[in-house]
Design a protein around this ligand. Structure first.
Ligand SMILES: *[C@@H]1O[C@H](CO)[C@@H](O)[C@H](O)[C@H]1NC(C)=O
Ligand SMILES: *[C@@H]1O[C@H](CO)[C@@H](O)[C@H](O)[C@H]1NC(C)=O
Ligand SMILES: *[C@@H]1O[C@H](CO)[C@@H](O)[C@H](O)[C@H]1NC(C)=O
Ligand SMILES: *[C@@H]1O[C@H](CO)[C@@H](O)[C@H](O)[C@H]1NC(C)=O
Ligand SMILES: *[C@@H]1O[C@H](CO)[C@@H](O)[C@H](O)[C@H]1NC(C)=O
Ligand SMILES: *[C@@H]1O[C@H](CO)[C@@H](O)[C@H](O)[C@H]1NC(C)=O
Ligand SMILES: *[C@@H]1O[C@H](CO)[C@@H](O)[C@H](O)[C@H]1NC(C)=O
Ligand SMILES: *[C@@H]1O[C@H](CO)[C@@H](O)[C@H](O)[C@H]1NC(C)=O
Length: 841
């Protein structure tokens, strides 16, 4: 037992060793951009790899086991600009660890449990702009040895153990600092003393993030005379009281943008009231944003008393549900309401408002007209709104509108062509359900419109004047709609300034030759995801500026070579992937063209054949022309052969009987016939044939030899051959037993037809008709030829009476005897005498 466990242990050890060895030295880094960018993430590296080019600028070493950074650790990579050392278990960084990285601008140290950071750890980083030291056990900014990083713009020390808000002295040495992220630390109190440095050497454009610190107290006057670009305080306060006190503590601050609020999953405040924001009256700020307060008062506009002079307001995910009470004289110019809970569309009356963004508000269904006389920018996307009548000046009470976004809403019924909204430059309806857009020239007055998006609006273009008036349009997106007859008609006549046109997913099967004739400036045309069957390039000919043509995801099998010459010369990119290319020699010239145009075609390697079966899912580029030369030869030879064979076959088939019969005639001519008569009858009449005909003729005197297919046909030989060889060739005469069954049975008719031919060829009166029953004339007339013959020739009628039978047999024998060779034994005479004798009895 013991040795076995030991062996196992040894094996495991060896494997572990091999695994480590393999991990460390064999796993190559991913080459993102050769000589420039390498990704060595999570490769179980224990040291910095040395097989990476010295020219590397971007190096990602995250999630490895570097533990310890010695001095000059990166001296192999003097060109480095960006170094990611996230979660590398680094505990110790020695002096000069990054020495020589004069071009490094970004250093990421996130998630390293640093215990020992030498004073000269960051020395040599003369270009560093961004240092990310999130989650690095940092306890104080004071001890962070970055004072010499004069170029630093962004310092992120979030998620550490910093207690003090004191800006260290060395900040006066960092004149470029614009972002300081101190979020998620342990700062509780902010004192006047902390910002001493900023008072001496103001950082005019500093953005400061203090979110997720458990703020308790801000000493009044701390921010007096301080100027910042932005201050963010989210999820900082555990009660409204603390929040109120702290906001008062901000008095005197001059700031461009203030952000207050909580985070979606970090909501602490249990209540909220108007007084909380009172302190804001002692601040000077331009923009205000507030987010995710769950207890935000629904319609208390008193909250905004201190925001009268603010120019931009943004409310995100709050419970506000009405803003009607806002005084008209508020100076707000931009208002953004996102994911709030309005029950009704807010009919604001703010004279100053220029930009109104109202997105993703649930709970309303109908748009209500409002009066915002200075509004220029209106974004109402994703509100499930329906519009009864769109769009004109009366909807928004403004004539200054330039940007209108009604995308991702409900039904929008068009009943006006933007009267009074002639200033519009940008219009977006995508993914709303547009009604009546196709009934008249809706966009007629929009002579300034540059951008129009009606993608996925359920529009079926029937009316050709739909885009009349859009003379300045540069971008038109109409993906996911449809056209009458799946044909793209000539509807862009006035759009002479158009540069981008998206017609993807429009179920198009054909394109009118004139469709693009008025678009000389078009640069991008997207025809992908349609149903085009061939790359008919003629319509693209007038597109003198076309650079990108996307015809991917169609059903294109080929294109005629002479047509390919019509592609515009300016074309730089053609996407033909995901089509149904037929890799057959018939389209050889097109396939060759594909090979020649590899530069032009996007992903030429990914263009696959779908036909023929044996080429399915093979790259189009793998198609060999040489096989076609061969194939051509083979094909022409085989076609010729097949042609000859089939002609011969057809001839043989047509004249098969004649040929056979011809052969038979000769034989007959030589007097080789062995039967006196070949009997054609329906199997239904077989009883009569056996019991009457055969008995009387074969057993009578003279005996006649009959050919009967049930008896005389050679088994295993095809019926037709039998009939001809045995039946006709070897018989002098043919007896046709005509009955009701005979006429109805196709087989009999077939035999009869052959017999006719034979009669014709031998030009003998060789056919003897026996009519068994009275025939219905109408039935007989269906068999025209038989009917004719019966009328023309005399025939024997079978009569089942003593006298009738007697006459019948006499006449039949006589007919059969006609032309029977004379036998020297005198049998013929004897026969005839015998016959006379029988007949007279
Ligand atoms: C990468 O650098 C090596 C050595 O400097 C050079 O030979 C090679 O051509 C470079 N490769 C690329 C893709 O630039
Ligand atoms: C201030 O910083 C912001 C980014 O935080 C930047 O967009 C803005 O241009 C800067 N302003 C000045 C005057 O440098
Ligand atoms: C708020 O925070 C302070 C200091 O961190 C603490 O003493 C107090 O108990 C907290 N209050 C609540 C309601 O959590
Ligand atoms: C504004 O600040 C002054 C003194 O700095 C103070 O007296 C006043 O109460 C403050 N107002 C508010 C609303 O906090
Ligand atoms: C807004 O500006 C006006 C005039 O500039 C001033 O009288 C008023 O006190 C300001 N209101 C607030 C809350 O800052
Ligand atoms: C088309 O664009 C050109 C410049 O790109 C501009 O000068 C011209 O006015 C535009 N045409 C119309 C009808 O807007
Ligand atoms: C064309 O449209 C399709 C889908 O609508 C899109 O995926 C593709 O990127 C577009 N092509 C170009 C060149 O923009
Ligand atoms: C076709 O290729 C172009 C250029 O690479 C790309 O932008 C476009 O998205 C491609 N089309 C589709 C449908 O993927």
């Amino acid at each position: 037992m013991m040795p076995r466990t030991r062996l196992a242990a040894a094996l495991i050890l060896a494997m572990a060793f091999l695994f480590c060895l393999r991990s460390e030295s064999w796993d190559p880094c991913v080459q993102v951009v050769p000589n420039i960018s390498y990704q060595c993430m999570e490769l179980n590296l224990y040291k910095i790899p040395d097989n990476i080019p010295t020219s590397t600028k971007i190096l990602d070493l995250s999630f490895n086991h570097l533990n310890h950074l010695n001095s000059h650790s990166f001296s192999n990579f003097p060109e480095l600009q960006m170094l990611d050392l996230s979660r590398c278990e680094i505990q110790m960084i020695e002096d000069d660890a990054y020495q020589g990285l004069n071009h490094l601008s970004t250093l990421i140290l996130t998630g390293n449990p640093i215990q020992s950071l030498a004073l000269g750890a960051f020395s040599g980083l003369s270009s560093l702009q961004k240092l990310v030291a999130v989650e690095t056990n940092l306890a104080s900014l004071e001890d962070f040895p970055i004072g010499h990083l004069k170029t630093l713009k962004e310092l992120n020390v979030a998620h550490n153990l910093i207690h003090s808000f004191k800006f260290p002295e060395y900040f006066s040495n960092l004149p470029n600092l614009e972002h300081l992220d101190l979020s998620n630390n342990k700062i509780q109190n902010i004192y006047h003393e902390d910002l001493k440095v900023l008072r001496q050497m103001p950082l005019l454009n500093l953005s400061l993030d203090l979110s997720l610190n458990p703020l308790d107290f801000i000493e009044p006057g701390t921010f007096k005379e301080i100027k910042l670009n932005e201050l963010t305080l989210r999820s900082n306060f555990n009660s409204t009281h603390v929040m109120k006190i702290c906001i008062q503590g901000l008095a005197g601050l001059k700031i461009n943008r203030l952000v207050l609020g909580e985070f979606k999953n970090e909501r602490i405040l249990k209540s909220f009231d108007t007084s909380v924001l009172e302190g804001l009256c002692n601040l000077t700020f331009e923009q205000f944003r507030i987010a995710y307060f769950s207890k935000f008062p629904r319609s208390d506009t008193g909250l905004f008393n201190c925001l009268v002079n603010v120019s931009a307001i943004s409310l995100l995910s709050l419970n506000v549900d009405s803003l009607e009470a806002l005084p008209k004289d508020y100076r707000w110019q931009h208002l953004e309401l996102t994911n709030c809970n309005f029950k009704q569309f807010p009919t604001l009356k703010l004279n100053s408002l220029k930009k109104f963004v109202f997105i993703g508000n649930k709970g309303m269904s109908t748009f209500i007209e409002f009066e915002l006389p200075n509004l220029q920018f209106l974004d109402l996307k994703r509100n499930h709104l329906s519009f009864k009548g769109c769009c004109s000046r009366t909807n928004f009470g403004t004539t200054k509108l330039k940007h209108l976004d009604l995308s991702f809403n409900d039904v929008i019924t068009m009943n006006s062509n933007f009267l009074g909204l002639e200033q519009l430059e940008h219009l977006d309806f995508q993914h709303s359900n547009l009604k009546q857009a196709n009934d008249f020239s809706v966009f007629l007055s929009l002579r300034n419109l540059r951008y129009l998006d009606i993608s996925y609006t359920n529009t079926r273009v029937v009316f050709h004047g739909i885009f009349v008036g859009l003379v300045s349009l540069q971008t038109l997106k109409m993906a996911g709609n449809s056209f009458q007859n799946n044909l793209l008609p000539d509807i862009f006549t006035e759009l002479t300034n158009l540069t981008i046109l998206d017609l993807s997913k429009c179920q198009l099967e054909r394109v009118s030759q004139m469709a693009f004739h008025s678009l000389p400036k078009l640069q991008v045309l997207n025809m992908s995801h349609n149903k085009l069957l061939s790359l008919d390039t003629l319509p693209y000919k007038p597109l003198h500026s076309l650079q990108i043509l996307d015809c991917s995801f169609n059903r294109i099998m080929e294109s005629k070579e002479q047509e390919l010459q019509h592609l515009p010369r300016s074309l730089a990119l053609l996407n033909l992937t995901q089509n149904d290319f037929a890799c057959v020699c018939e389209h050889q010239s097109f396939l060759q063209w594909v090979k020649d145009q590899r530069q032009l075609l996007v992903g030429a390697e990914q263009m696959m054949c779908t036909q023929p079966l044996d080429m399915q899912d093979m790259p189009v580029l793998s198609f060999r022309n040489a096989t076609c030369q061969m194939n051509k030869m083979i094909i022409s030879v085989s076609v010729l052969t097949i042609l000859l064979v089939s002609v011969a076959g057809a001839l043989v088939y047509k004249f098969y009987f004649h040929l056979m019969l011809l052969a038979g005639c000769k034989k007959y001519g030589r007097g080789e016939s062995t039967y006196d008569a070949f009997v054609i009858y329906s199997s239904q009449d077989e009883d009569w044939v056996r019991n009457e005909l055969v008995k009387n003729l074969e057993e009578g005197v003279p005996p006649f030899q009959l050919c009967l297919h049930y008896r005389d046909f050679i088994p295993g030989v095809a019926i037709a051959a039998n009939i001809i060889q045995e039946g006709f060739h070897k018989s002098r005469k043919v007896i046709v037993v005509v009955s009701q069954h005979f006429i109805q049975s196709r087989w009999c008719i077939f035999e009869y037809e052959i017999a006719q031919t034979w009669q014709f060829l031998s030009s003998r009166a060789g056919i003897i008709f026996i009519v068994l029953q009275k025939l219905e004339k109408s039935l007989l007339q269906q068999q025209v030829e038989l009917y004719r013959l019966l009328n023309r020739n005399t025939y024997l009628e079978w009569e089942d009476s003593v006298l009738g039978r007697h006459i019948f047999w006499r006449r039949l024998r006589k007919a059969l005897l006609d032309g029977k060779p004379w036998k020297p034994e005198g049998t013929a005479d004897a026969d005839s005498r015998q016959q006379e004798a029988t007949t007279s009895t």
